[in-house]
Write a protein that binds this ligand. Structure first.
Ligand SMILES: Cc1cc2nc3c(=O)[nH]c(=O)nc-3n(C[C@H](O)[C@H](O)[C@H](O)COP(=O)(O)O)c2cc1C
Length: 162
């Protein structure tokens, strides 16, 4: 059985990590998109996205393919929004909680400086899963790749495969 890498990314950083993880694991990459896109520029981007995350909103998602019985492991990739997991990924986790319960789940969060630990804790709580297989937090890997990102992604993938 295969691994699924599930990713929401507004500006490409989580996608950058997700693509590298999927390539190293030979995994399927599943993109998550809200039906109503969040503003992606200026003040509105932080206001509406931040508000949505703080309110715990679970936006409706565009259709995606995550069939039952096809995956034994999942890697969730998301940006940190207001110290939380992004709302589209919160929708996915809530909707697919039962399916994810039968899998080994790992998480990669990208952020601009903080909040990943709080987001990992939030994911553990939503999934009622105290034992994520592996966790990785990266500071804007696409914008600032000079932080040993490939090495850290490789170490994360080795932990997932161990
Ligand atoms: C609405 C919003 C809220 C954010 N909140 C945080 C935050 O609490 N902490 C942080 O370090 N970065 C925060 N960021 C920055 C993103 O987490 C970071 O740039 C991330 O790598 C973006 O990933 P993406 O390019 O895949 O969208 C926020 C960005 C947005 C749009």
């Amino acid at each position: 059985m295969k691994t699924a890498v599930i990713c929401y990314s507004m500006s490409g950083n989580s996608l950058y990590a997700a693509e590298q993880i999927a390539e190293r694991l030979g995994a399927d990459l599943i993109r998550i998109e809200p039906v109503k896109a969040y503003p992606s520029e200026g003040f509105r981007k932080f206001f509406w996205g931040g508000k949505s995350a703080v309110m715990g909103e679970k936006p409706e998602l565009e259709p995606y393919d995550f069939p039952d019985g096809q995956y034994c492991a999942a890697v969730i990739c998301s940006p940190v929004w207001a110290g939380r997991v992004s709302p589209p990924i919160l929708s996915f986790l809530t909707k697919e909680k039962d399916k994810l319960r039968g899998m080994e789940v790992s998480v990669c969060m990208t952020h601009a400086g903080g909040g990943a630990d709080k987001a990992f804790a939030q994911i553990r709580k939503v999934l009622e899963n105290d034992s994520l297989k592996a966790t990785l937090s990266l500071v804007d890997p696409k914008e600032a790749p000079g932080q040993e990102v490939p090495e850290r992604i490789s170490a994360f993938c080795s932990e997932i495969l161990s």
